[in-house]
Design a protein around this ligand. Structure first.
Ligand SMILES: *Cc1c(COP(=O)(O)O)cnc(C)c1O
Length: 371
């Protein structure tokens, strides 16, 4: 089965094989594996030793996102969220339920937020201390560019929290060139092609250590994660980690480096996305985004107008042909989304396009323009 979803992604057999062992997380034999994971993800983020720290948390992306919001923004503090997609909607809810004041900057999920829009919102409200941005919008496939947003946030003297959960490892992030970024967030099971189970924050140490008393939660306090690691002397994980998933993530990072790191991963994903985008157009379907806004992680496609199309039967027909996609969508109009990420080659992507055409034929879908 070819898994074409934006996470948990298709992994390599070597990565999955690392799960098949019992490990004591604090054991001397495991410490170097875990220490090297911390160093390597900091390097991928463009972080520097002594300036940035890798702070992992058990669980999914929402958990590390909540931890970052609680740690870097004091209770009652104010943050700006460009609300241009389904994952930005989630960030708004998360921050609101954490008791932070959210200023939402609404926008369409078909184009990135602009620097001018961010600048105007920050100029209008000096009480906003932080901007939280979804890097790649996993509902539509569009990319908000930290290279555009970062300088505006910096010039206004505010701080940036970057939810790069579905982009990190593929789209570049360079923390050393962006002192306004307090933290970049990602998980083990997306573009770095590990198994799910661990959220990562790569954060500025000065920002973390200035966050005393903010979190209002022990479990979600990244300052406590940091202090625990420092106290232990070797960076010990706080509470029981998903240690097999960590071991597998170490293998995934080996494979990432062997592939050629971020530029190579991005190039493969871009090629996957191009084949898919052109392929579905060739089948008579309509992609959701214009080519210039199409990112390399997912391609979202309008559901066809033909009344013989329905999402679950389409997903089932495609699955019968060996390709599994999401059976839900996150846009306001009916769409379906196809992942371009994970251990998938362009050749397999061409096969997926053929399978999509076959599944549409199976259902008798002939009118394929947008509903
Ligand atoms: C996947 C994702 C998350 C986190 O999702 P979980 O299901 O909690 O792991 C957060 N933000 C974005 C942009 C994502 O793509």
């Amino acid at each position: 089965m070819l898994l074409l979803i934006p996470g948990p992604v298709q992994t390599r057999p070597e990565t999955r094989a690392a799960l098949a062992q019992d490990i004591a997380p604090w054991d001397n034999d495991f410490r170097p594996t875990y220490a090297s994971i911390r160093d390597r993800v900091r390097a991928i983020a463009g972080g520097q030793e002594g300036v940035h720290a890798t702070l992992p948390l058990q669980g999914c992306g929402h958990f590390i996102m909540e931890a970052a919001i609680r740690t870097f923004i004091p209770a009652g503090g104010k943050l700006l969220i460009p609300q241009n997609g389904a994952y930005a909607d989630r960030a708004v809810r998360l921050a609101t339920e954490c008791g932070r004041q959210v200023v939402a900057l609404p926008g369409p999920d078909t184009r990135p937020v602009t620097g001018e829009e961010i600048d105007a919102a920050l100029a209008a409200d000096p009480a906003i201390t932080h901007v939280a941005v979804v890097h790649h919008e996993t509902g539509s496939g569009m990319v908000n560019d930290p290279e555009v947003i970062g300088p505006v946030v910096r010039a206004r003297g505010r701080r940036l929290i970057l939810d790069s959960v579905s982009a990190f490892g593929a789209l570049p992030v360079d923390l050393s060139a962006h002192p306004e970024i307090d933290v970049v967030l990602f998980t083990s099971g997306k573009c770095l092609e590990g198994l799910p189970g661990i959220g990562f924050a790569v954060a500025r140490i000065d920002s973390v250590t200035a966050a005393a008393g903010n979190a209002g939660s022990w479990s979600f306090d990244l300052l406590d994660v940091y202090e625990h690691a420092v106290r232990a002397g070797w960076g010990s994980f706080r509470f029981t980690p998903p240690v097999q998933a960590l071991a597998a993530f170490g293998v995934a990072l080996d494979l990432y480096a062997a592939e050629g790191g971020q530029p190579a991963r991005l190039a493969r994903y871009r090629e996957n996305a191009r084949i898919l985008y052109d392929g579905v157009r060739g089948l008579g379907l309509t992609p959701y985004l214009e080519p210039r806004h199409q990112g390399p992680v997912i391609v979202t496609v309008h559901q066809p107008a033909d009344p013989r199309f329905a999402l679950q039967p389409f997903v089932d027909a495609l699955k019968a042909r060996g390709v599994l996609i999401s059976n839900f969508y996150n846009t306001k109009v009916p769409t379906f989304r196809i992942g371009c990420v994970g251990a998938i080659t362009p050749e397999q992507m061409r096969g997926a396009v053929a399978a999509i055409g076959g599944a549409l034929d199976d259902l008798g879908v002939s009118r394929r323009e947008a509903a």
